[in-house]
Design a protein around this ligand. Structure first.
Ligand code: CA
Length: 238
């Protein structure tokens, strides 16, 4: 649990089924900038936690310039990628580790973002949510070409399989920028949330209450649905 101000809150929970919490998050304020990040690690021998922490540290330590935030986000991500790959060369036990990386940098009335994996950014505007990021999963491709439905995707045997992660051989991060208006809310979350809650459920919780209560309710709703994974949420209101 972290609070930066009354407009920003984060919560993370190990869930009921996992031995460790391999989710990591970051809320960092710099003059005129705010960085929000979620990283969901994977891999045995503590590899998941290490990989997720490397992602978070790469964004915490990066010297963002404001002039070219999209470039800076990519540089920070590739720093994390290099670090994870070299750590695996140093220590064979960590081979196969990786992490998602979903980062939003808020500057003036804009959000710049970068994304690899299946953590997500949602924007709540006029009480309606929109998923900004697209999951980098094998089944996302199957959904998009109509091979399976969204409903079938929920129980598909390959639903957790990522086709991109930080630490995987090759990454092609998605990036973007969008405008924010007063009272808009941003949600960053790990898949521990989205695997249990529908967009409509997320929307109804996100559209009510303070950011702190919203985070707590999102976690509680996830646990109620079984809490099969680590779950992490960051909510920011403008
Ligand atoms: Ca997860």
């Amino acid at each position: 649990m972290t609070v930066i101000d009354t407009d920003t809150w984060a919560e993370s929970h190990i869930g009921y089924k996992r031995k460790d919490n391999e989710d990591r998050f970051l809320i960092k304020e710099l003059p005129g900038l705010m960085i929000l990040a979620v990283a969901d690690g994977m891999g045995g021998h503590a590899g998941g936690e290490i990989a997720a922490q490397i992602v978070i540290d790469a964004f915490r330590e990066y010297n963002f310039s404001k002039e070219n935030l999209e470039r800076d986000l990519k540089k920070a991500l590739y720093n994390a990628q290099k670090k994870i790959l070299s750590k695996m060369i140093e220590n064979y036990d960590l081979d196969g580790m990786g992490s998602t990386a979903t980062i939003a940098v808020l500057y003036r009335n804009k959000t710049f973002w970068i994304h690899v994996g299946d953590s997500r950014i949602y924007l709540l505007h006029n009480k309606k949510i929109k998923q900004i990021t697209t999951d980098h999963t094998f089944i996302q491709d199957l959904i998009e070409d109509g091979t399976i439905t969204l409903e079938q995707a929920k129980t598909h045997p390959l639903k957790d399989m990522l086709d991109q992660c930080v630490g995987c051989d090759e990454i092609q991060p998605d990036t973007g920028v969008f405008n924010l208006q007063k009272n808009d809310r941003l949600l960053l979350c790990s898949d521990g949330l989205s695997r249990h809650l529908s967009d409509l459920q997320i929307e109804s919780i996100l559209a009510t209450n303070t950011v702190q209560k919203t985070c707590q309710q999102l976690i509680q709703a996830t646990l109620k649905m079984g809490g099969t994974d680590n779950v992490t949420v960051i909510v920011k209101e403008f």
